[in-house]
Design a binder for this molecule. Structure first.
Ligand SMILES: Cc1cc2nc3c(=O)[nH]c(=O)nc-3n(C[C@H](O)[C@H](O)[C@H](O)COP(=O)(O)OP(=O)(O)OC[C@H]3O[C@@H](n4cnc5c(N)ncnc54)[C@H](O)[C@@H]3O)c2cc1C
Length: 536
């Protein structure tokens, strides 16, 4: 295979680079070892930073967030819940930090407003009643799956090829130049080579190993962050604790649920990086922090825990990674290592992915002598490129949920036949028609990709009911044999259980027991789901 550019990594950064390069007229092949969003992109907090969180400690990152926040609201509104954010002070907090934060926000251009505790409680009645003061900032919640899918769709529309479940084993080096990659198709074990004038490594934490295959040393620090999903949304705003960013001080709403986190723990073992596991200590720290921000969370059911790995390029001896810059790392390896044809783009944030993609694509175009401007700051993503609703017919509740996931693309979810509107997933209001849309239009092939496209399985029941129905649909629609669907159901419920077991106590334990009886008793997963049995 041949193209102008190979992008290694189907996270939001790689997909952003693919879209940007494709829009500038380059031929692009993206190689991703799993599904899109397999790495940090599918395992983060979903905060569209206003920049305030970094304004005091990292003004450069804060400034990047300010401008990208405004751009993404313009070009990707269907991925964003414009809920704003509060930085709240509780008794005992350093009150002076609030003044420093206010001043730092002013300097980098963040529109922050100071309010007293009473006003904070009138805006968010479920906050800790002892709140003394707060800053209101333009934080928002962003859906990383919808954002990534929209980038993938637009890259594909402009000619990019996405090779999923293909692992790049090494970079191909000829003299002082990278001329492509050697990869394996993980579905059938076939080895392939892809050749290109430029290779962009957007492989997150895995980037360092891949670069090592070409003799390039780029030390990265793997910092795990854990988050808990609470089954309700007590606050409309993003809630931050007003202090130097620390553990368990951030609550981000995500439609009907809320995500509380995070932590910063250095990890080294490869298996941990492949499948990050939240620890009981992290869960304890986060539940304590949640109850301080919003007391009712102390008795709210935690649906699951999940963890992601921050790929921080190590520049000093910091042990936890908390104090390293989360800034963008864009490397021209010709300049750095004397190896032409190779660019690395990593670090940064979900919120700054577009800027990262622009920087990497500028480098690529410069190398290839292409004189095409970046258009991604103006050009809306699919889903945000036309009105999502008709003025004449307001959407019903189920349609509103679909619009919140796909924006205007939800118009392409055709209701054909009496069963189209039947709910497959009650928690997330996913209809049979939306599942068909995800398979036919978005390219979903299994339960995991259906989850990314529709959020099926991510609600209160954690897939207990909807995963079984969806597995059945995959058979009915000709995507899987019954045996393959059962195997898929086993993998899916095993993965869901992985996130639940560390929070399985109290009401969550009761729900886990119900899930066990449904899956083992009703669905007959005894043999298929020995993984679940073992863990219990
Ligand atoms: C705990 C946590 C919380 C966060 N919270 C936020 C937040 O609230 N807001 C925010 O803006 N940012 C947040 N971030 C940061 C954000 O998630 C990341 O900056 C972003 O997702 C990085 O995307 P990426 O595409 O660069 O990397 P990844 O998403 O990790 O993608 C890398 C991809 O490369 C693939 N890959 C690797 N090696 C190979 C290979 N050899 N062959 C083929 N494919 C390969 C991987 O499978 C993976 O899919 C958070 C991160 C973490 C860890």
């Amino acid at each position: 295979m041949e193209s102008d550019v190979i992008v290694v990594g189907g996270g939001v950064t790689g997909l952003g680079v693919a879209r940007d390069c494709a829009l500038r007229g380059l031929s692009v092949i993206v190689v991703e070892q799993g599904d899109i969003c397999r790495g940090a992109t599918g395992r983060n907090h979903g905060l569209l930073h206003s920049g305030a969180r970094y304004a005091v400690t990292d003004p450069q990152s804060a400034a990047e967030c300010v401008s990208e926040n405004a751009i993404l609201r313009r070009v990707a509104p269907h991925c964003i819940d414009e809920c704003d954010g509060l930085f709240i002070n509780l008794p005992g907090d350093d009150e002076q930090y609030r003044s420093r934060l206010m001043e730092a926000c002013r300097k980098v251009g963040i529109n922050a407003r100071e309010i007293d505790g009473r006003e904070a409680l009138s805006i968010e009645p479920k906050l800790n009643p002892e709140v003394t003061a707060a800053l209101v900032v333009p934080d928002a919640a962003i859906d990383p799956f919808a954002l990534s899918i929209a980038n993938a769709i637009d890259a594909h529309r402009h000619g990019a090829t996405l090779l999923l479940r293909h692992r790049v084993d090494r970079l191909i080096v000829n003299g002082a130049r990278v001329t492509g990659v050697a990869a394996t198709n993980l579905a059938d074990g076939t080895a392939i080579e892809i050749h290109a004038a430029m290779t962009v490594v957007a492989a997150g934490i895995w980037g360092q190993d891949l670069l090592a295959s070409a003799g390039v040393v780029l030390p990265m620090l793997a910092s795990q962050g854990t988050m808990l999903v609470y089954g309700t949304r007590p606050c409309r705003h993003v809630i931050n604790r007003c202090r130097v960013p620390s553990d368990a001080d951030l609550l981000v709403p995500d439609r009907r649920v809320s995500i509380m986190g995070t932590t910063s723990v250095r990890v080294e073992e490869n298996e941990h990086i492949e499948a990050p596991i939240p620890t009981a200590d992290e869960v304890r720290a986060i539940t304590a922090g949640a109850a301080l921000l919003v007391p009712e969370l102390a008795t709210t059911r935690v649906l699951r825990a999940y963890a992601g790995i921050r790929p921080l390029v190590a520049t000093d001896g910091d042990a936890t990674g908390r104090n390293l810059s989360r800034g963008i790392v864009c490397i021209d390896h010709d300049k750095r290592d004397g190896l032409d044809g190779l660019v690395t783009i990593t670090g940064g944030k979900l919120a700054t992915y577009r800027l990262m993609a622009e920087q990497a694509s500028d480098l690529v175009c410069g190398k290839l002598g292409i004189n095409a401007e970046c258009v991604t700051a103006e050009r809306p993503l699919p889903g945000s490129d036309r009105p999502a609703t008709d003025e004449m017919r307001p959407p019903n509740a189920t349609e509103r949920m679909a619009i919140s996931r796909h924006g205007a693309m939800a118009r392409d979810i055709y209701m054909r036949g009496a069963q189209s509107g039947a709910l497959v997933c009650e928690c997330m209001s996913v209809t049979r028609a939306e599942v068909e849309f995800a398979i036919n239009v978005l390219g979903a092939t299994d339960l995991s990709s259906l989850r990314q496209c529709t959020r099926l399985g991510m609600g209160q029941c954690q897939g207990r009911v909807c995963a079984c129905r969806a597995a059945n649909l995959l058979v009915e629609l000709g995507c899987k044999t019954p045996e393959a669907a059962l195997q898929d159901l086993k993998l899916f419920t095993g993965e869901r259980w992985r996130g639940q077991q560390v929070v399985a106590y109290g009401t969550s334990m009761r729900e886990a027991a119900r899930a066990r009886h449904t899956l083992l008793g009703l669905c007959g997963l005894q043999r298929a789901n020995d993984n679940l049995l073992q863990r219990e």
